[in-house]
Design a protein around this ligand. Structure first.
Ligand code: ATR
Length: 282
């Protein structure tokens, strides 16, 4: 039996390879301090070839961790190795949050929840639109499409340089999602209420393509999941053309909330000071 005077301290991790760039320790460290919780959250680098051994240690309880976040390149493997992946991460084929219960590793994916929580906070009634345009078809795009579809957006046009990747997403998500080449962007944007950039377009030293946002609904919202810089080249263009914009930093902050609650038992709040802390760290 547990001694009632014994204190239990939970330790959580973020693992990736590399993982030095992760801002998650800053975010969770802020909440631990703010809520006065005696626990820890730290970066724990694991090479791809060592990842299954790391998961085995988690299951055996020898790692010292109660759970944590998983980032590139371990997200897909993590969802496969977990004993209890939830429906969200099974559908996505990737996990970003793990926790241990009775010797079993549970897994979920909070990226989509983070994405919609950010829009809910910053764009009133964004989900009243019936058509969304998603630029890009990578892993991040997948989580965003799932979340937007689950919020009831009826038509999602995915536009990507490599059309085959967009097609994979339309096959995965069914009739809601339509795949298009870049040339079709202007056409599919016509009348749409939400534009989501999930690519690094215009940030790799190349000039951003000029996009005519004015073909969208006049109350359309333009958002980007990239948050460095805070105002990406595409967001700047949309703002100059008079559209409401939402930067991607809030997605990073909000996707961290469910994990913190699982590991440390309190629901943290995304506040302005946290946002500023991460901006100052950029
Ligand atoms: P993530 O998991 O972060 O989404 P990713 O899987 O590498 O990362 O996907 C990056 C996305 O940005 C892809 O949609 C990619 O297009 P391709 O599928 O054609 O590679 C897109 N992307 C990156 N650089 C681009 C560029 N210069 N022009 C157009 N699309 C670009």
């Amino acid at each position: 039996m547990r001694d009632s005077r014994e204190t239990f301290v939970n330790h959580a991790f973020v693992t990736g390879y590399p993982v030095k760039h992760s801002r998650s320790p800053l975010i969770h460290g802020y909440w631990l301090k703010q809520l006065g919780i005696e626990g820890s959250y730290r970066a724990h680098e694991v090479k791809p070839e060592d990842f299954s051994a790391f998961i085995a240690e988690l299951k055996q309880g020898t790692s010292g961790f109660c759970g944590g976040n998983v980032t590139i390149p371990h997200k897909e493997v993590a969802h496969r190795l977990a004993d209890r992946p939830d429906d969200l991460c099974l559908e996505l084929g990737a996990a970003n949050t793990l926790w241990i219960e009775a010797g079993q590793v549970h897994a979920t994916n909070t990226d989509g929840r983070g994405f919609v929580a950010n829009l809910d906070e910053r764009a009133d009634r964004w989900d009243h639109c019936s058509t969304a345009v998603v630029l890009g078809a990578g892993g991040a795009s997948r989580a965003v499409i799932q979340a937007v579809r689950d919020r009831g957006v009826k038509t999602i046009h995915v536009v990507n340089r490599t059309v085959a990747r967009a097609k994979e997403l339309s096959d995965r998500f069914g009739s809601t999602v339509h795949a298009h080449p870049m040339e079709a962007l202007g056409e599919v944007m016509r009348g749409a209420g939400l534009f989501i950039n999930t690519t690094s377009l215009g940030m790799d030293g190349q000039e951003a393509p000029q996009i005519d946002f004015t073909v969208m609904a006049s109350d359309a919202v333009v958002t980007d999941i990239v948050y460095v810089p805070l105002k990406t080249p595409l967001l700047r263009q949309a703002e100059q053309q008079g559209f409401a914009i939402v930067d991607g930093l809030g997605m990073l902050l909000h996707q961290a909330v469910p994990g913190f609650e699982l590991w440390f038992g309190r629901r943290p709040v995304v506040d302005a000071n946290l946002r500023q802390l991460v901006i100052d760290d950029m």
